[in-house]
Design a protein around this ligand. Structure first.
Ligand code: CA
Length: 230
C-alpha cells in the first residue's frame, strides 16, 4: 500500500513516519512539503491514501483537496489543528473522507487510516446481487459505477459505500448510528457530522433539486431513508 503525506511540518511528518514504521511496516510512505508538489504526486504516484495537512506554505490545503477531487477519488485524510471545527466540516464537504486532529495519538491515527482503507474497498456484495436499476438511476456496485440518465456520476469510496447501505435498505429508515457504523466503522457511531455532510454530497450528485430531495430522505433527525426514483 502506498500512502502520500502532504505536510510541511517535519516533526509531524516524522511522527507519521514512525507510526507506520513501527506498526504498519508494509506501507510505502511518500511525502511532499508543498501543496503543488503533493498534487503532482497524487497524479503521478497514484497513492492508495492521501494524508493532507490544511496549513501548507504555498496553497491552502482545502484548495489542494478541491483540485485532487477533480481527477481522483483517492481516500483523503485531513490533518487539522485542535479547535478548527469549521475546517473539519468544510473538508468533509469538499470531499475529504476523514480527519485527524493534531497532535494525534499513534494508535488512533492508524486505526483511522485502517478504517479509511477498509472503507475504500467495496462492501461485500450478496451472491447474485446485480446492478440496481430504478428509473433514471443505475448503480453497479461491483464495478462501482453510478449513472443518472445515462450520465456517469463520480463518487468517492465513502460516498459509494454510504449509497450502498441506503440503497440496500431501500424504503427502510437507517439510523445515523447504523449508517456510521456500517460505512465508517464502529468507532464513528457518534460522528453525526459525517452523515449529514455526506448525505448532502450524495444529494448534490444524485437529486434533481438537492434542497428538495426525493431519493434520500431525512427521517426526523433519526436517520435517512432511500426511496428509488420512479
Ligand atoms: Ca502545516
Amino acid at each position: 500500500m502506498k500512502v502520500l503525506v502532504i505536510e510541511d511540518n517535519p516533526e509531524v511528518l516524522q511522527s507519521v513516519q514512525l507510526c507506520f514504521e513501527l506498526r504498519w511496516p508494509g506501507v510505502t510512505l511518500l511525502s511532499a512539503a508543498e501543496g503543488q508538489k503533493g498534487l503532482e504526486m497524487t497524479q503521478t504516484e497514484q497513492p492508495d491514501v492521501v494524508i493532507l495537512d490544511l496549513g501548507l506554505p504555498d496553497t491552502d490545503g482545502l484548495e489542494v483537496l478541491r483540485q485532487i477531487r477533480r481527477f481522483s477519488s483517492v481516500p483523503v485524510m485531513i490533518l487539522t489543528v485542535r479547535g478548527e471545527e469549521m475546517d473539519k466540516v468544510k473538508g468533509l464537504e469538499m470531499g475529504a473522507d476523514d480527519y485527524v486532529v493534531k497532535p494525534f495519538a499513534p494508535a488512533e491515527f492508524l486505526s483511522r487510516i485502517r478504517a479509511l482503507v477498509r472503507r475504500s474497498r467495496m462492501p461485500e456484495l450478496q451472491p447474485g446481487e446485480g446492478p440496481f436499476v430504478r428509473g433514471r438511476l443505475r448503480i453497479d456496485f461491483a464495478a462501482r459505477e453510478v449513472t443518472l440518465e445515462g450520465r456517469p456520476v463520480k463518487l468517492t469510496p465513502s460516498e459509494h459505500k454510504l449509497l450502498y447501505q441506503l440503497v440496500r435498505n431501500e424504503g427502510r429508515v437507517m439510523s445515523n448510528q447504523a449508517l456510521l457504523e456500517h460505512v465508517w466503522g464502529p468507532d464513528y457511531a457518534s460522528e453525526s457530522d459525517y452523515i449529514n455532510v455526506y448525505v448532502q454530497r450524495l444529494r448534490e450528485k444524485l437529486e434533481e433539486d438537492p434542497r428538495n430531495p426525493k431519493m434520500i430522505l431525512s427521517e426526523g433527525g433519526v436517520g435517512y431513508k432511500f426511496v428509488g426514483p420512479d
